[in-house]
Ligand binder design. Sequence first.
Ligand code: ZN
Length: 832
Amino acid sequence: MKRICLVFFICLVQLSFAQQPPKPSAVEIFETIKKLNFFGNVMYVAAHPDDENTRLIAYFSKHYHAHTTYISLTRGDGGQNLLGADLNEKLGIIRTQELLAARKIDGGHQLFTRAIDFGYSKNPDEALSTWNKNEVLADLVFAIRKNKPDIIVNRFDHRTPGTTHGHHTASAILAMQAFDLSANKNAFPEQLKLVEPWQPQAIYFNDSWFFYINREAFQNANHEQHLAINMGEFYPDIGLHNNEIAALSRSMHKSQGFGNTGTRGDQIEYLELLKGELPSAENLFENIETSWKRLQDKQYKKIQQHLLQVEANFDYQNPHQSIPALVEAYTLLQQAKNSFWKDRKIKELKELIVACSGLFLEARTTETYTNPGKKVQVFVEVTNQSNTEIKLKSVRVLGSKSNEINNINLLPNQKNEWETQIEIPLNQVSSNPFWLNQQPGKALYKVDEIWKRNLPEISNTLPIAFQLEINGQSFNITRNLVYKYNDPVDGEVYENFLILPPVSLSFQKNIMVFSGEEAKEVQLNLTNYGSTEALQINFNPTSAWKVEPEQLKVKFNNLNETQKVKLKVTPPKDASELNLMPKATNLNGIVYNSKVEVLDYTHIPKQSFIQPSQLQLIKLDVQTKGEKVAYIQGAGDDVAEAILELGYQVEVFSVEDISSEKLQSFDAVVVGIRAFNIYDAFAFKKQTLFNYVKNGGNLIVQYNTSRGLKTEISPLPLQLSRNRVTDEYAEVQFLAPNHPILNFPNKITPTDFENWVQERGLYFSDQWSDKFIAILGMQDPNEPILKGSLLTTTYGDGHFTYTGLSFFRQLPAGVKGAYRLLANLLSLGNEK
Ligand SMILES: [Zn+2]
């Protein structure tokens, strides 16, 4: 038994590297048989990757053998990435794969909606209006109708807005509404061409003490509708405790650094019934039919009889002995009337029969990628690793039948291999996450087909269909074409086989901002993914903007070669914007205009992200005073670069480098975000900074979090708070309309607060010395006005300013008003 446990564990780990043909152990096969004989569905609802309670998912999946789904409203695109620089859409791609890897471990399934993780929101109203509530609700209703959960579990409480991230509460509010609407034919009727109405039986809130002030407050709360369930179960067949499986699963959230160590012993989880009937804690499915009776077909008893026998008589040493009964059940099931359960159980049975026969099915390439229209060699291996009678009738690679493979008897333990050449169709879509195929909306991905909207990814985009005959019954099994190679260190490595455009045009930056009329250089990286002929690159600038050279020719010598081209961009005299979209044209007139990025992390399958190549050019209407700016590094931001774009000379310092001699030559000193939270050295360097101000300098401190400050951030009393304005459209009042910050050298108007992204700012001050002048007032909906976002004072002969305005977000996004306001801050003291 021990040996089996070990094998299972290794499988768990390997599965997370994905793409290889499934090789289930006898224990895993037996687990699948138990799932086959259980008809119960659970759906867990929350907002982000990492919100899910993996203990609960593992428990429903391993204890009940229920079909357990986690639906995360978003793909977590708005978070931080501990593993690299990939953010936003790319982080959403990574986290999607991390969730899939987590589900492989805890036995769950993964779904999403089209909602984008657009950043922090204080309350559910903001989240729902930003997303367009009806669209996200529709996606959730569709997921429920399609997957028919009996039980829905909310991670968050729908009754406590404002106590957690607005996305969280919104997920619970939407689940409560979807619970009622899914059975209503008049709700989202366009879905009913694809799915039927469905009424779940019960909806719960997965309550926990951490939603309360402390454990005591939780114990004292009203628990009449609560079920306390001990999920601390040890599964001897796999040698793991439920909490250990949950920890392994949680540890797949690697981009968030959520490595987790498993525990053992009792683990009480609380479910508060919100709607439906309260069952006993011992059997959450007690009011739900979970046997084969649910098939609602007169044949169900016979099928059930076969499959319960398979479960009772399963032989760990000889799983193939289950095949005759499984095939018998499969044949009967095929004759049953069409239904949701028939479809699902047919799929499960098919894979189970293949697993019991130890059938190895693989189609691989020896190239990591190719282009539409190209030929590739495909190596097919089919090996029957049991005594079962199996015939391979045919193999279809991307829809075309291979001539060499025709009615072959697969003798026990004999490797069958074929090599065949296929042509990738010219219209084959490139390997791109489906939700990124269209330019996303502001907070919602655009996916036209309703059936795709919940999916984590589209599987089998390069299908290899094996037509088999097992024990006289026909089966079609589909696998995806994969790339496999041998690595001298890692051994056998499977990867996604990618379809890429033959050339990638990638600018080194996304946005270029100009304040003056001088030309600037930008690098364009041209990477060869299969182009064999000369390409002509055109930029098509407008008459106002000049790009040199206007066009160029490129011919690659090798695959994966990158040619770096420097372009000179000259802005027009007046404020202007241009989205520069280069095009590469080959000799046949075919045009390529994509930027290809390959996300290669060791913990998830290799992913490619393909989007239109573009460079946003912005000529600002901005004046600046002063010449030299010192930037003191904080937690990391791109503000120094933006100051450079404004035309200043910028020198970047670490806090240790600060000295009076160094600072005195600068017109302004700017402190990077959260610097006072991170660097202890400010405790003895702050006085140098404050003296610089006293002697006529201009110091600007960007946001720091209110907790964990190493020392005072200001020469005069100023207290930070958690106050923030998350509504990036919030109206901005000019509290000191005549102050130079709003007038010199740039006249600031409400237009300058248009097109801000994600938020206005964070960690505003809530208390300050009366020597400070509050420049701006702003507020989130239904909240009091905040005046601590931008505070300035004179100190000695100089100026000190604290600002929680999120310049670090606005400047890299090319928000023009943020540049103009920053220019004024940097120009303080130069009015005369
Ligand atoms: Zn969350």
